[in-house]
Every structure is written in C-alpha cells, then in structure tokens.
Ligand binder design. Structure first.
Ligand code: ADP
Ligand code: ZN
Ligand code: ZN
Length: 742
C-alpha cells in the first residue's frame, strides 16, 4: 500500500493542513500532483507533498485519495523542495510558499471539472509502427508513438511537447479537447529581430557566461555602465540556453516600468517568450502559466513573482537592475527574489546573472575577494557604452549659491540655460524629481506648523489639479487650509516642488517645451505609462518630468539633457541606505542622457554639493563609492556586515503598541542571555518606529543587529514567535533586512 501526504487547500491566511491518505491500487500519482480527497463530509482539492510506503495511523482511519485532478505534477519536484526551503528560510507556512507557485485558478480548493487535452494516434497501428521503423533517428517521436499504441490515448501535457507537435504536424497523432489559450496581444504579432554584432566587451561577457552554462552553472554579477548593452548579453546567454534545450527566466523590477525590456525580448524570442505581470487577467495568467509549464514558452519575463515560473531544466536566470528593492517581498513570505533565483539556478546547474550599473552594496561585496565560496559571485564588467559614446558629464549645482544670488526658482541658472539650448537644438530632456504632487509639504510661516495626515505621522502633499492635500501613505485627502490650524495666521505656504509643479514651471518658462509627466498619479489607468512614453518617443513631447519611475531602463536616443531637480530629497531619508539610493538614482538618471550619437549633459541640483554620495555619483565612480560606503556600513554595523531584524508592533493606542514592544524587548533580552548570545547581537531598546503613526495605528519597534556568527536562525525564530504571540489588538510584523525601515 502507498500513502500520500497531502496539503489541503491553498487559500490565503490558513495554517498548513497536512494529512495522510491511502493511494488506491493502480492510481498514477506522485509528489506535486493535484488531487481530490475526502475531508469530513466534503471533497477538497489538495497537493501531494510526498509518497511513502508506510503509515503510522491504523489502516481503518486512513481514507483514500479520490482521484488525480490533473494527469501531471502541477508543482515540480524542484519547486516542492524550494517551498520547503522557503518555509525554513523565511519562517512562513508551507502553503504560503506553495501559493506563490500556482495561478489562482489552480488553488481554489473547490472541485471543478475541466477538460484535459488528450493525445491519440490518427493513423492505424500498422501505419504508426511503420512510421516508427522508418524514422529511427526521431527517438522521442517514436517513443510517443509506442506509448500511444500501448495506452490508446494519453494526456497531452504528460508527453514531451516538441516531438508531440512534430507528430501532429505530420498527421500521425492528434490532440483533442484543446483549449484556446488567451495569448496576450503583444505576443501574437511579435516579429523576430536580427542580432546585432556584439562589442568586444559583450563578447567576453557572453563567452564567460555560456562557458559556465555548459560546465554546470555559475553565478555572475554583470556590472555594466548605463548604455553598455547588458540586455544583449542576457539575450545571447538565453539563446545559448535554448540551443542546449534549456529554459530561462528574466526578472525586471516592475513590468510597467520596463516596457522596452519586454519588447526587446519579444522581438528576439517571439512566441518562445511568456510575460507574467500583474495586469494580466486571471485567465491570461493561467494560460501563460500553462504555456510555461508545458514547455511551449521557454523564456519567462516578469517581476518578482516570476521567479516561481514552472520551468523545467532552467539554464539562465537573469535579475536585471538587481539593486532595486522591489525584489524583496514586503508581505509574508518575505522572500528575496535574488535569493530564490540563486537557489533555483543552483538546483538546475544553471547560471544566475545579476545585472546593474549600480549594484547594491550587498551584491558587490559578494563579487569581491574574501567571500565564502557558497556566497561568491563572479564579477563581469562592461566599462564602455555600446558605440563608445562617453558617459555624460555630470555637473553639480550648489543651490545655496543660487539662493544667495537671488534666484528663488526651482531651476538653477545652469539648468535653465541647458534646457533652453537643448530644446532649441531640437533635442529632448528628462527631469527627475523624487516626489509626485505639487508641493511636498505645507507649513505656516508664522509658527512653523506642518500639515500632517491625521492617520499617519507624515506631511501631506499638495495636489494642485484636485486642489487637495493628500497623504501618500494612506491616500486620505483634505482641502488645503486657508489659515493655520494652529495659530490662525494666513501665511500658510507651500514648500518643495513635486512633479506637478516642475511640469508647470517648465511650461511657464520655456515656450518650446511640450511636457509629459510620468508618476503614480498619471499612470493609474491601464497602459497609461506606455502611452505617455510613446508620446515622448515619437517626439510629440520634448520634456519628460517624472519620479523614480523614469530613472531606469529607458533608452531614448534624442535625450541630451537629464536633470535631477533636488538630489537632497533622497539623501536625507531616515534609512541607512539613503546615500546608496541617491547614488543609484543620480547614476541611473545620468544614464538616460547621451545614449546615441549626441553627447549628453547631466545637471544635479543640491544643497549638499560636497556630500560623497553626490560627488562620486557625479564622477560615476562606482568602485570608489562602494569602498567609501562599505567602510561606513562596517563601522556603523549595518548590512551587509550585519543582518537587521525588527518587529513592528501596531495598535490603536500608542500605549498598547509600546507595552507590546517593551515586553518583546525584555523577552529578547532574556532569550539572548539564556543562549549566551550577547556577543552576536546588538539589541536595541523598544522605540517608536520612524513613522510613529500609520493608517491610524501607533507603531513601536524592537530592532536589532546580528553579526554573522552564532545561531542567527534561532534568534529569528524567537522573534517570529514573539510576533506570532502579540497580544490581542496588536498586530506584529517580523522582518529581516526590510526594504523599508519607516
Ligand atoms: P544597459 O542596460 O546596459 O544600460 P541596454 O541594454 O539598454 O544598455 O543597451 C543600450 C542600447 O544599445 C540599446 O538601444 C541596445 O539596443 C543597443 N545595443 C546593445 N548592444 C548592441 C550592439 N552590440 N550593437 C548595437 N547596438 C547595441
Ligand atoms: Zn501657524
Ligand atoms: Zn495617511
């Protein structure tokens, strides 16, 4: 007798429910198969985690699997292992990990009938045998014929797809009950574009990567300056993987922000490519999932969650713009897609490529000497732009001097002149400002009062079009006050420029400017983002004003000027990564200019022109920045030299959140003392979180830094369990190295 360990239902917010069922004699079943099982008086769907030959329960207590819902494993063995690993690594339920691996349609838990595509022979037995005999070299096809001769018919998904398609094309076999797939429109008219000649740098990079691919795998950091042609390196590595009969996954920070990457991959891989993104309908997503699962699409492009695409025989996995924090999930399971990618590449003997012009400090450190072997990345550098264009010159403008000279506008004289001549020359400009809306805050000149959201401890942003103050954390809106709510003064003013204001000022001062604005507010509608960029690409607009949405990945040949309107905004955020993010931002914005035949100019406006983050970004000297920044991190005990862990307690009453945090801090103290772990951990007192009020909830935190020695997993488990045992009325979130520290 065989037994199946089945996990039932994969709905959100449930604990793991695992049960043992008997497998009826003769039923084909394996790990990862979707089954229907009796559950009390009901029938439920579940997933087989493993099969075993013995069972501890008395036989009369064990009920039997009713049937296999699909005649193939819906979760591949490698993915089951991955889920088990995530369960350990991210301290999440197994169901939470498994949920990420299946489209919503497959984890309903209720039982539905659906048609399965069946393959059968279309010719007589004799003809089929004659075909097999006449084509001895088409082994895979002959094997399918033999299996179909024996079985009569088989579920098509259980057969290797390419040889089956060949048999169908030759009229030997047919597939019936075929469902229509909803292929996203962009894919259908994809044409195949030709390969450009590689630059010498690209050639070396491709050779090194494909070499590793053929020898059983490798992990690379592809550090290439902006415009060095990293995408082409990915494409050639993927091409080689496909030639070797393998598959590929390309992760991008956010699909909507990288339309060019998607269209390039489509143009080169046609229908071999599948796109997974949040704007697909549930049906489209399910269809793409199946195209991937059955090997019809062998190159998968998507954001974070595409790292779970059900590909077999993975050859190449790319994480583009690896420094972006969108690769870290901010919900449970709090996984890091780069870590998952690495694990999957290792499991398949494939190649991991992390690509960036501004790698995160953590990643770059792993490409330096002295790192433990299992963490090591091989560094590949592309130091030159594709057509040998120079990197654009970056000028830092000291805004304090502008103010002294009586220029109170948001544009320095330098930026204004450069914009003027850029537009006169018929070129295009990109202006970057790190805040959407009109004014970044509203405050009283008389008493200093700043208008804050009543539910969140953050200043509200003025949106001129709607004439409202809006909170960017919870979305609440209030009409702008005419007098100060605190002192009654009428001198209540708007400070700091957001995208709306910058766009307005450009139109006022530069008659030649035709502006498009790209931020969260202008891109809410489906495809709005693509349409706005298309206007700019066609030249209908010549100035692009936007938030960080426009900082990365865009490739417009006619852009000769890029401006960072206020670099200080990101420099002064309360986060140990604020300098790193400012450096990345300036480098990425600079990378938008001068990518084709015209040289580019970049202007960075700041009140702290001597700050090393700004100075080194202006020089575009990544290595110097890395050395400086990593020295700071080492000294201040920040990642990657430590791991940061925190529990955030949130409650209606500040006192409740505080009491919970203080109790947890005391419990952690006791735990560390008991385990003799004091030397491995720097424990902080319970304190208010940087944003002490969010969506109406008061927030307190327990925060600690862990050195990489001792049993850190035990510390994490203890913190998770303290979070799980938070008192009634208090929510608690446990995070390790969170993407946001607010
Ligand atoms: P990166 O991501 O490194 O900033 P991209 O991959 O966006 O650079 O490439 C920059 C531009 O150069 C793109 O327009 C791309 O099509 C083009 N390109 C890349 N490699 C080549 C090549 N070998 N020959 C010609 N053009 C290329
Ligand atoms: Zn006032
Ligand atoms: Zn709010």
């Amino acid at each position: 007798m065989r037994y199946a360990e089945v996990i039932v239902g994969l709905s959100a917010g449930t604990a793991d429910r695992r049960f043992t069922y008997a497998v009826p004699e003769g039923m084909a079943l394996g790990a990862g198969w979707q089954v229907e099982v009796p559950f009390g008086p009901r029938r439920l769907e579940g997933f087989v985690l493993s099969l075993k030959d013995a069972c501890d329960l008395p036989p009369e207590k064990v009920r039997s699997v009713l049937r296999a819902v699909r005649a193939y494993p819906v979760i591949l063995p490698e993915m089951l292992d991955l889920a088990a690993w995530m369960h350990e690594r991210y301290l999440c339920n197994l169901v939470d990990a498994l949920r990420l691996m299946l489209p919503a349609q497959m984890r309903g838990g209720r039982v539905r009938e659906r048609t399965v595509r069946m393959a059968r022979l279309k010719v007589s037995c004799a003809e089929a045998e004659a075909f097999a005999a006449a084509n001895p070299r088409a082994r895979a096809q002959a094997q399918i014929v033999a299996r179909l001769l024996e079985a009569g018919e088989l579920p098509a998904p259980a057969l290797p797809s390419a040889p089956l398609r060949a048999l169908v094309a030759k009229g030997i076999a047919e597939v019936a009950g075929e469902e229509v797939r909803r292929t996203p429109s962009a894919l259908r008219d994809a044409a195949r574009a030709a390969d450009p000649e590689l630059t010498p740098g690209q050639k070396r990079a491709v050779a090194e990567i494909t070499d590793a691919l053929e020898r059983g795998g490798g992990r690379f950091l592809l550090h290439g300056v902006t415009g060095s042609g990293k995408t082409e390196v990915y494409i050639r590595a993927i091409r080689r993987a496909l030639e070797l009969g393998r598959t590929a996954i390309v992760l991008v920070p956010e699909i909507a922000l990288t339309p060019q990457m998607v269209s390039w991959l489509h143009a080169r891989f046609g229908a071999d490519a599948a796109v997974l993104h949040s704007r697909l309908s549930a049906g489209e997503r399910y269809d793409e999932w199946r195209r991937i699962r059955f090997g019809e699409a062998r190159v998968v492009i998507g954001a974070r969650s595409a790292v779970f695409a059900p590909v077999e025989n993975l050859g190449v996995i790319v994480v583009d713009e690896e420094h972006e924090h969108t690769y870290q999930s901010d919900r449970r399971p709090r996984y890091d897609a780069r870590e998952v990618a690495r694990r999957r590449a290792d499991a398949h003997g494939g190649v991991l490529i992390l690509g960036s012009a501004t790698p995160s400090i953590d990643t770059y450190m792993r490409a330096m000497p002295g790192v433990r072997r299992e963490n090591q990345l091989t560094l590949i550098e592309l130091r030159e732009r594709v057509h040998g264009q120079p990197l654009p010159e970056v000028e830092v403008v000291d805004m304090r001097g502008e103010f002294e000279r009586g220029n109170h506008s948001i544009f320095s004289a330098r930026l204004a002149r450069s914009l003027e001549s850029c537009l006169d020359g018929g070129h295009q400009a990109v202006l970057f400002i790190n805040r959407r809306g009109y004014s970044t805050f509203v405050s009283c000149r008389a008493c200093g009062y700043v208008v804050k959201c009543a539910a969140c401890d953050v200043s509200m942003t003025y949106h001129q079009v709607e004439n409202a103050l809006r909170c960017h954390y919870c979305g609440s809106e209030i009409p702008p006050p005419k007098t100060c709510p605190q002192c009654g003064s009428r001198y209540i003013k708007y400070f700091g420029a957001g995208t709306q204001k910058v766009a307005e000022e450009v139109m006022k001062r530069f008659p030649k400017a035709r502006v498009v604005r790209v931020d969260v507010d202008t891109t809410r509608e489906k495809d709005a983002h693509e349409k706005l960029l298309e206007r700019f690409r066609r030249g209908d607009a010549n100035v692009l004003v936007g938030t960080q949405m426009i900082a990365k990945g865009l490739d417009f040949p006619n852009v000769t000027l890029a401006g960072v309107v206020a670099a200080d905004m990101s420099l002064n955020l309360p986060d140990y990564r604020s300098v790193e993010r400012t450096f990345q931002l300036i480098t990425q914005v600079a990378g938008r200019a001068g990518r084709a035949e015209y040289p580019g100019r970049v202007i960075v406006q700041t009140y702290e022109p001597d700050h090393y983050g700004i100075q080194l970004a202006a020089k575009q000297d990544y290595r110097a920045f890395y050395l400086r920044e990593s020295a700071f991190r080492r000294k201040a005990l920040y990642p990657p030299f430590t791991a940061i862990a925190r529990i955030v307690f949130a409650a209606r009453e500040a006192g409740q959140a505080q009491a919970a945090a203080e109790a947890a801090a005391a419990a952690m103290d006791a735990f560390l003392d008991r385990g003799g772990m004091r030397p491995d951990v720097v424990q902080m007192r319970a304190v208010e979180a940087p944003i002490k009020l969010l969506r109406g909830l008061a927030r307190w935190q327990v925060f600690l830094k862990m050195y990489f020695k001792g049993d850190l997993d035990a510390v994490s488990r203890e913190m998770q369990s303290l979070a799980d045992r938070a008192p009634e009325g208090v929510t608690a979130e446990f995070e390790v190295n969170p993407a946001n520290l607010f």
